[in-house]
Design a protein around this ligand. Structure first.
Ligand code: TEU
Ligand code: CA
Length: 560
C-alpha cells in the first residue's frame, strides 16, 4: 500500500542555529559577526545541514543581545553590513542551503522610533503601537510579572501611565490589536522575503495576542500565568492567518514559531496542515522541564523518563496533522550534553547518543552551534563574568531582593543560565579558541583546549564526523523523515526505544540515557539483526538481546 507523503523541503531539512555574537569574530572586536559566519560557511556546509537559523543581527541596544530591536531593516554595525548579509545569503543559496532569520515582533526595543514617539504623549499617533495603562492607586495596572523577573509594567512619568513588557523594561510589547502595527510588520517581513531569505523563526509568537481581561493573573506559578494570560490569546489565529494570507503564502518559505505556553493540545491549531498559519513550532514543554513554580531559576531536577514521555507525547499529539521540530538546546537553554547527557566521563558517547536521537526522531531537527562537537556548559567563577540579562535580573530577584546567597545562586546559574550556550564557538586551541584575537564579549569556556572543532575533527571519536555520517544517512533514508514512529518501551525509566517505518523499510533505535550498563531485550515481533549505526565501535546484539553500555545508542535495521 503506497502511503501518500506530503513532501516539503523543510520537512527533509536539518536546521543549524547560529547565535552570531558568539560564532566567529572576523574583525577582532570581540563580537562575532556576519563576515565571521561567511569565513566559516564551509564548516557548516561540510556538516551536511540544510537551513541556517540566524539569531538577530538587526539594530539593537543589546539589552537582550539583539532580541530588542530598534530598527528591523538595518544590520547592527557590530555584525557588519547589509551587503555582508546579502553575501552570506548568496553563498548559502549557491551551496543549496537556506537562511531563515529571527522575527521578533512580540516586542520592539524601547529605542525603536515607534516607542520614542509613543512615549511622547498620550495622543501621539504611535501611542497605541504599545500597551499603555493607567496605574491603580499608584500601583501597576495588574500583578503580571516578566519572564525575566520583576513586574511586567514600567511606569512612564512623562505621561503618567505604565507600559507592558513581558521581557525586559527595554522590550515594550507591541500592540497587535492595532492594524497599523500589523501592516508595519508585514511590510518589514516582505522587505526581508523580497531579499530572498527562506523564512522566519518567530520569537515568542504565541504571546502576540493579549487577553481581553487585563486583570490580575494567577502568579502562584509562572507557567499558570503564562498559559492563563500571556499565551494563545483570543486573536492569535486571526493574526497568524492574516500574516499567512498577506505575506507568508506569497513565498516558498518555512516558518517555525517559538511557542512558550503552546500546549501539545493546542499545537495543531498553529501548525495543522490546513490551518494556513505556521509550518512548525519550537515547543518549550521539554525546555521548561526543570522549571519550578517560579520558572527557570526555581530549578527542579527532571527525571529521564520525563524527557522520553514529553518527546513521545508531542509526537503523538501532532499525529499526521502537524509537523514536529526536534531540538534539545538553543541560545536560551543549557548545552544538551550537560543538561540531558553526561558531560564528564561520557561526554562523547552521550553527545553522539543525542545526535542519533535528534536525527532519527520524527520531525525537523535543529542543531545548535557547538553541539556538533559536544560543547558543554561553562562554570563561571563569579557574577561579573555573566552577561545574560535573564541571569542578572534573576540575581537581583533572588539575591539582592531575596534571601538566596550568591554561592547558591551561582550554582543555579551554572546549571540553568543562558550564558552556558553563549560562550564563543570553540574552533581550535589557540587564544580565545580561535573565535577572536580581540577580547571576547563573554569569556571562552576554559575547556576549549580539550573541546574544539580542530581537535574533534582529528579524533577517531569525532562527534562532528558522527553527525556528518548520520546527516548523510538520514537524508538518504526517507523512513527516518516520513516514517511512522512507534514507542516500544514507554515504561522504561531511561532507555528510549522506538522504531521508524515507511513502506517496508524500517529502523529500530535504542538509546540508553544513563550511566548504567544493561542487557536490553529487543522486541521479538521485529526481525532485528544488523546494527547500522552506533556510538560505540563494538556494539552487539545477540539472540534478541542488546548489550547496552552507558549512553550507548544504536540504529538497527528492521528486516521486513
Ligand atoms: O525566548 C523566550 C522564551 O520563552 C524563553 O526561551 C526565555 O528566553 C527564557 O529563557 C525562559 O526562561 C525568546 C528568545 O529566544 C530569547 O532569547 C529572548 O530573550 C526572548 O524571547 C525575548 O525576546
Ligand atoms: Ca566582530
Amino acid at each position: 500500500m503506497t502511503i501518500v507523503i506530503d513532501r516539503k523541503w523543510w520537512k527533509e531539512s536539518v536546521m543549524y542555529q547560529i547565535y552570531p555574537r558568539s560564532f566567529m569574530d572576523s574583525n577582532n572586536d570581540g563580537i562575532g559577526d556576519i563576515r565571521g559566519i561567511i569565513d566559516k560557511v564551509d564548516h557548516i556546509a561540510s556538516l551536511g545541514v540544510d537551513i541556517i537559523w540566524l539569531s538577530p543581527v538587526y539594530m539593537s541596544p543589546n539589552d537582550d543581545n539583539g532580541y530588542d530591536i530598534s530598527d528591523y531593516t538595518k544590520i547592527h554595525p557590530e555584525f557588519g553590513t547589509m551587503e555582508d548579509l546579502e553575501e552570506l545569503l548568496n553563498i548559502l543559496h549557491s551551496k543549496g542551503m537556506k537562511l531563515i532569520m529571527d522575527l521578533v515582533v512580540n516586542h520592539s526595543s524601547d529605542e525603536h522610533q515607534w516607542f520614542l514617539e509613543a512615549k511622547k504623549s498620550k495622543d501621539n499617533p504611535y501611542r497605541n503601537y504599545y500597551h499603555w495603562y493607567p496605574g491603580k492607586n499608584d500601583q501597576e495596572p495588574n500583578n503580571w510579572v516578566s519572564f525575566f523577573g520583576g513586574s511586567a509594567w514600567e511606569y512612564d512619568e512623562n505621561t503618567d501611565e505604565y507600559y507592558l513588557h513581558l521581557f525586559t523594561r527595554k522590550q515594550p510589547d507591541l500592540n497587535w490589536e492595532n492594524p497599523k502595527v500589523r501592516e508595519e510588520i508585514y511590510k518589514m517581513m516582505r522587505f526581508w522575503l523580497d531579499k530572498g531569505i527562506d523564512g522566519f523563526r518567530m520569537d515568542v509568537i504565541s504571546l502576540i495576542s493579549k487577553p481581553e481581561d487585563f486583570g490580575d493573573g494567577d502568579i502562584s506559578e509562572f507557567n499558570k500565568l503564562l498559559i492563563q494570560k500571556y499565551a494563545n490569546g483570543p486573536r492569535i489565529h486571526e493574526y497568524l492567518k492574516e500574516m499567512h494570507e498577506k505575506v507568508l503564502s506569497h513565498y516558498d518559505i518555512m516558518t517555525v514559531g517559538e511557542g512558550p505556553g503552546i500546549t501539545k493540545e493546542l499545537a495543531n491549531d498553529y501548525i495543522g496542515k490546513d490551518r494556513n498559519e505556521l509550518n512548525m513550532i519550537f515547543q518549550l514543554d521539554l525546555m521548561f522541564i526543570d522549571f519550578g513554580p517560579e520558572g527557570k531559576f526555581d530549578y527542579q531536577p527532571f527525571k529521564r523518563r520525563e524527557v522520553k514521555q514529553l518527546l513521545m507525547a508531542w509526537d503523538h499529539a501532532l499525529g499526521d496533522e502537524g509537523w514536529n521540530n526536534i531540538f534539545l538546546d538553543n541560545h536560551d537553554f543549557p548545552r544538551l550534553v550537560s543538561r540531558f547527557g553526561n558531560d564528564k566521563e561520557f561526554r562523547i558517547q552521550s553527545a553522539k547518543l543525542f545526535a542519533i536521537l535528534l536525527l532519527t526522531f520524527k520531525g525537523t531537527p535543529c542543531i545548535y552551534q557547538g553541539t556538533e562537537i559536544g560543547m558543554t556548559n561553562v562554570k563561571f567563577d563569579g557574577l561579573s563574568e555573566y552577561r545574560d540579562v535573564e541571569t542578572l535580573n534573576m540575581y537581583q530577584k533572588y539575591v539582592v531582593e531575596g534571601d538566596m546567597n550568591e554561592a547558591d545562586f551561582l550554582k543555579i546559574a551554572h546549571i540553568q543560565g543562558r550564558d552556558n550556550v553563549r560562550t564563543p564557538m570553540q574552533w581550535n586551541d589557540s587564544e580565545n579558541a580561535g573565535f577572536s584575537e580581540g577580547d571576547p564579549w563573554i569569556k571562552v569556556n576554559p575547556n576549549f583546549r580539550e573541546i574544539n572543532v580542530e581537535k574533534d575533527k582529528e579524533s577517531d571519536d569525532s562527534i562532528f564526523s558522527f553527525y556528518q555520517d548520520l546527516l548523510h544517512f538520514r537524508k538518504n533514508n526517507l523512513a527516518l523523515i516520513y516514517g511512522s514512529l512507534t514507542d516500544h518501551d514507554p515504561d522504561h525509566d531511561f532507555v528510549l526505544a522506538y522504531s521508524r517505518k515507511l513502506e517496508g523499510k524500517g529502523y529500530f533505535i535504542i538509546c540508553n540515557m544513563s550511566n548504567e550498563s544493561l542487557d536490553y531485550h529487543l522486541p521479538n515481533n521485529l526481525d532485528l539483526n544488523k546494527i547500522l549505526k552506533s556510538n560505540y565501535s563494538d556494539s552487539t546484539i545477540l539472540n534478541s538481546k542488546a548489550t547496552m553500555r552507558p549512553w550507548e545508542a544504536m540504529i538497527i535495521r528492521i528486516e521486513t
